[in-house]
Ligand binder design. Structure first.
Ligand code: SF4
Length: 586
């Protein structure tokens, strides 16, 4: 039962940013004495801030907004936490370890505050849940201000820092999920669009951009804290998302990732519009939700793919989306993946377990048969698509036989990549009512067994690319890497004399070790000049490990960098034109 609690006209409590430490003693001065300057009222000293971001892509996107607002208010970015007057910690609560990381730094933060009394610490993200607000001060004693994710746009106001954008006011809102008061993203779409329009999103890359499309989650996965930290789903208006995508294309971003805890259910909460009259979606193995005449993810993907350059190429060459829930993976979405040339051939589709009883206890609302049916349909529609997934081992009541079924499931599906973790109980989630009866040591044994089974599968999937040309979006000057540890001898010798740098590459004169990702989201190491950053480079794959590829760039394979390709774009179809079916044809 969802009850909406309107955002009360809350007087926002202001967190006093301590005025600058008083400067040294004073002596009487003559009118013209330049020391008079000391006595002029000093503008409020703006803090040097540091944002520590943990967790998922949505947190990274939220941190880009918070950094942008602080910069727009005149604050400066500090290179380290130790050099900051204001530390913003954007937390993750998906696993105990993530919260423990921040709790474990309270001592260090306390010492920093002792050394710098004007230091202020703000904690936000999924660890800040309304129902636990009372206990937060005890868990995080060094923190001065707690903001739920839906309250983040209030940061500047709450710090008493005037911004060129003017006060945002009280935008946090709450609602009831089950019997729990939770924050809800009723106003985040508006504050996001205002931030984009005001140019206050401090994007962490000039190559790839996050584009949030839906906040919160309506699902009922029993182990998950997200519905209690981010509230029910709130989709952003269709046109505002397409506008932001056009802005990103005009700015020359090569890759855009549509973000949401569950992007597949985008649009179901938006109003009916006649221009979406052609949208009819039948939900699979779940209750039928009438999505008629509302935009869905497929419609959004077609619209963004429809933003084209004069020569008809997608203005955003690479479009990705994360995270998908198998329950909402519609036929319309699969068709859009197949039809739209900009959509990358990579899908992250968390399965969590290969056993139906475990899935039922997890509240995932699908069966392995349903999941496999969707997977087969995607693989048929997009040949060569890479598939990655999430798996939780040691969930409540998971027997050895059920775990074995998960291992057999991985052997049959043969994922390109698996992100696996041992179950850790999250306070306030429905799973706390289930027995957490798999011992920690057994959870670790199962996790290691699963990773040991998946590693050769990952190697086999990557070896399929040996000798082939792949398009790599170069986005990193690679640091020393240690984990690329497949039979180094055999492959090493094969690449003898080649590999001593990060990823085993050997940069020549004027070159550095670079890395980037294929359209299939495979990590590729290569050597090349730094001005290849942000470019699409064709690489011949010469080495495959379980986690990464390495290769030689083809001399003729470096795509010119056309910042603002849009400049050469055909006259722009208006957003409403994009409301209908976008041009197809891969
Ligand atoms: S789909 Fe499930 S696991 Fe994912 S955010 Fe929603 S409740 Fe959590």
């Amino acid at each position: 039962m969802i009850e909406r609690q309107p955002a009360r006209d809350r007087r926002l409590p202001i967190l006093e940013i301590a005025p600058p430490a008083p400067s040294a003693g004073r002596t009487a001065a003559e009118p013209g004495d330049e020391r008079l300057g000391e006595f002029r009222p000093e503008p409020r000293a703006l803090p040097a801030f540091y944002v520590w971001t943990l967790g998922c892509q949505m947190n990274r996107s939220d941190s880009e907004e918070m950094s942008g607002r602080l910069l727009a208010a005149g604050a400066t970015e500090a290179p380290t936490m130790e050099a900051a007057d204001l530390v913003v910690i954007n937390t993750c609560a998906i696993r105990e370890l993530a919260e423990a990381k921040v709790i474990g730094r309270q001592g260090h933060l306390g010492r920093l505050k002792a050394a710098n009394p004007s230091l202020r610490i703000v904690l936000t993200g999924c660890a800040v849940r309304e129902r636990d607000r009372e206990g937060l001060g005890r868990r995080y004693p060094a923190v001065d201000l707690f903001l739920r994710p839906d309250e983040e746009p209030e940061l500047i106001d709450r710090l008493g820092l005037a911004s060129a954008q003017g006060p945002v006011g009280a935008v946090g809102a709450t609602t009831i999920v089950g019997r729990t008061v939770v924050g809800v993203a009723d106003h985040l779409a508006a504050t996001r669009s205002a931030a984009v329009a005001g140019g206050t999103v401090q994007r962490s890359s000039t190559v790839s951009a996050w584009l949030p499309i839906i906040y919160g989650c309506d699902k009922t996965c029993t182990y998950c804290i997200v519905p209690f930290s981010r509230g029910p789903e709130r989709s952003r208006p269709f046109d505002e998302i397409v506008d932001e995508a056009q802005t990103l294309a005009a700015a020359g971003f090569r890759e855009v990732t549509l973000l949401g805890q569950n992007v597949n259910s985008y649009g179901h909460d938006l109003p009916v519009e006649s221009r979406f009259g052609h949208v009819r979606t039948a939900r699979w193995a779940g209750r039928q939700l009438d999505l008629g005449s509302r935009p869905d993810l497929a419609e959004l993907i077609r619209a963004i793919d429809g933003i084209r350059t004069a020569d008809g190429a997608p203005a955003i060459p690479r479009l990705r989306f994360i995270t998908s829930h198998p329950w909402d993976l519609s036929d319309r979405l699969i068709e859009a993946l197949a039809d739209c040339p900009s959509v990358c051939e990579a899908l992250h589709l968390p399965v969590q377990s290969g056993d139906d009883d475990v899935l039922r206890r997890m509240g995932r609302q699908y069966t392995t048969e349903h999941y496999l049916e969707r997977l087969a349909k995607i693989r048929a529609a997009v040949p060569g698509i890479t598939i990655s997934t999430d798996i939780i081992v040691g969930f409540c009541g998971e027997t050895e036989a059920q775990f074995e079924r998960t291992l057999r499931f991985l052997e049959s599906v043969r994922y390109d990549q698996v992100f696996a973790a041992a179950y850790s109980e999250r306070p306030g989630t429905p799973a706390t009512h289930l027995p957490d009866d798999v011992q920690a040591a057994e959870k670790r044994r199962r996790l290691n067994a699963l990773l040991a089974l998946q590693e050769p599968i990952g190697l086999e999937r990557n070896r399929a690319w040996l000798g082939r040309d792949v398009e790599v979006l170069v986005d990193t000057v690679a640091r020393e890497r240690s984990h690329d540890h497949d039979e180094p001898e055999a492959v090493g010798q094969e690449m003898a004399g080649e590999g001593s740098g990060p990823g085993g590459v050997r940069p020549g004169p004027g070159e550095v070790a670079l890395s980037g990702r294929t359209r299939g989201n495979k990590l590729v190491h290569l050597a090349g000049p730094t001005d290849w950053l942000g470019r699409l480079v064709t690489v011949r794959v010469q080495h495959a490990g379980p986690y990464a590829l390495r290769g030689k760039p083809r001399a003729d394979g470096v795509a010119e960098l056309h910042l603002g390709d849009l400049g050469r774009m055909a006259s722009q179809p208006s957003v409403s034109d994009l409301g209908g079916r976008a041009p197809t044809g891969r």
